[in-house]
Design a protein around this ligand. Structure first.
Ligand code: TRP
Length: 347
C-alpha cells in the first residue's frame, strides 16, 4: 500500500475550509486506500509569535478533531509531531542539503516575513527553515503522496528536490514524494473576502466558519456572507466570487454540483439559508463526536500514544539510514541488540 502523510498545524481553530478542502478526503479516501499518517504538526506552530498555553490547547483540540471527523486509529496513524524525535533529527540533516537560497524563495516565507516585520516583530529563524522541517516530516516516512492544498505545493516540491539531491550525493535513502491535490476537495473561501481562502491562521472572524461553531453562529456567518452586486444566482468564480463560494460550499456539503445548483435558486437569501443549514448538518456529527471524545481524554491520549509509537517505529530506520549515509558514525549503543532499552532505563 502506498504511504501517505499529511499534517495540520495548530495555529488556529480548524475551519470548514480545512474540513471540506482536505480532512474529509483523508477520512473518505486516504485512510482506506493507503498506509496513511496524519500528524498535528505542533513544531510548525512555533515559527511565529505564539502563546504556549494556546498551542497546547489547539494541539489537543486538533488531535481530537482529527478523530472526530472520522479518522480511525485502526486504519491510520494519528499522532503529534513533537512526540516523535525523528522529525527534528532528520530536519537538521536536511538543513545540510537544502540551501539558503531555496528557503528564501519560498512564497509563504516571503509573505509571512513581511507580515511579521510589519507588525514590528522579528522573523524567527525557524520560519525560514520551516520547509526543511516539513520535508523531514514527509521523507522520514518514505511518503509517496502528500495530500495538501495548493498553497503547500511549493513546499512539497522542495521536499522532492531535497530527497533527490540527498539520494544523488549519499546514496538512495529517501522515497521521492509528490503532492496530490485532493480531487473531491472544495476550495472554500472566506465568507467576508471571497477572493482569499478560508484559512485558520487569519483567525479573525466573521468570514470563517470553525468546525466547533455552534449552529446559530454558523447561520449568522453564512447569512452575513458577502455576495455580489446583481440579484440572479449564477456560478461565476471570477465575476461573482461571493455567490460562487456559497454555491461551492453548498455543493460540497450536499454532494451536488455548483453549476447545477445555481439554477435552483431565485435569490441570494434562499441560497444562503440552504447553505447555512447544509453546513450545520455537516458539522453536527463532527461536533457530537468531538463532545464524546472530550469526555474521554484517556482514550484520545491512548490513541496519540499508540500513534507516536507506530510513527517512531516507521521513521526510525529511514532516519538512522540517513545519519549513516551522510557520514555520521553510528552511536555505539545502536550497534548492540537491545541497547535501546538500556538507554531508556538510564535516562
Ligand atoms: N505546512 C503545512 C500547512 O501549513 C502543514 C504541514 C507540516 C504538512 N508538515 C507537513 C502538510 C507535512 C503535509 C505534510 O498546512
Amino acid at each position: 500500500m502506498k504511504r501517505v502523510f499529511s499534517g495540520v498545524k495548530p495555529t488556529g481553530h480548524l475551519t470548514l475550509g480545512n474540513y471540506l478542502g482536505a480532512m474529509r478526503r483523508w477520512v473518505a479516501v486516504d485512510q482506506h486506500q493507503a498506509d496513511a499518517l496524519f500528524s498535528v504538526v505542533d513544531l510548525h506552530a512555533l515559527t511565529v509569535e505564539h502563546d504556549p498555553a494556546r498551542v497546547r490547547r489547539l494541539s489537543r483540540q486538533a488531535a481530537t478533531l482529527l478523530l472526530a471527523v472520522g479518522l480511525d486509529p485502526e486504519r491510520c496513524t494519528v499522532f503529534v509531531q513533537s512526540h516523535v524525535d525523528e522529525h527534528a533529527r532528520l530536519s537538521y540533516l536536511l538543513e545540510c542539503v537544502a540551501t539558503d537560497g531555496e528557503m528564501r524563495r519560498m512564497i509563504q516565507y516571503k509573505e509571512k516575513a513581511v507580515r511579521e516585520r510589519a507588525r514590528g516583530g522579528s522573523v524567527r529563524l525557524s520560519l525560514l527553515t520551516y520547509p526543511v522541517l516539513m520535508a523531514a516530516d514527509i521523507l522520514a516516512y518514505g511518503t509517496e503522496e502528500v495530500p495538501v492544498g495548493e498553497d503547500q505545493a511549493q513546499h512539497v516540491e522542495l521536499a522532492r528536490d531535497v530527497a533527490v539531491r540527498f539520494n544523488q550525493r549519499y546514496g538512495h535513502t529517501f522515497v521521492v514524494p509528490r503532492a496530490t491535490s485532493p480531487g473531491m476537495a472544495a476550495r472554500v473561501m472566506n465568507l467576508q473576502e471571497p477572493t482569499s481562502k478560508m484559512g485558520k491562521s487569519d483567525d479573525v472572524g466573521p468570514g470563517i466558519v470553525y468546525l466547533l461553531d455552534e449552529p446559530d453562529v454558523v447561520r449568522k456567518k453564512v447569512m452575513r456572507a458577502v455576495t455580489d452586486s446583481g440579484r440572479d444566482v449564477v456560478y461565476d468564480r471570477a465575476g461573482r466570487p461571493g455567490v460562487a463560494n456559497l454555491l461551492e460550499i453548498l455543493a460540497a456539503c450536499t454532494g451536488g454540483n455548483p453549476e447545477a445548483l445555481s439554477g435552483v435558486y431565485e435569490s441570494y437569501g434562499a441560497l444562503k439559508k440552504d447553505t447555512a443549514e447544509a453546513v450545520v448538518e455537516v458539522l453536527r456529527p463532527v461536533q457530537q463526536r468531538h463532545k464524546e471524545l472530550c469526555a474521554d481524554p484517556g482514550y484520545v491520549e491512548g490513541v496519540l500514544r499508540d500513534g507516536a509509537d507506530r510513527a517512531r517505529a516507521m521513521a526510525r530506520p529511514t532516519v538512522d539510514a540517513a545519519y549513516r549515509a551522510i557520514g555520521l558514525l553510528p552511536a555505539p549503543s545502536d550497534t548492540r541488540a537491545g541497547a535501546g532499552a538500556v538507554v531508556n532505563a538510564a535516562r
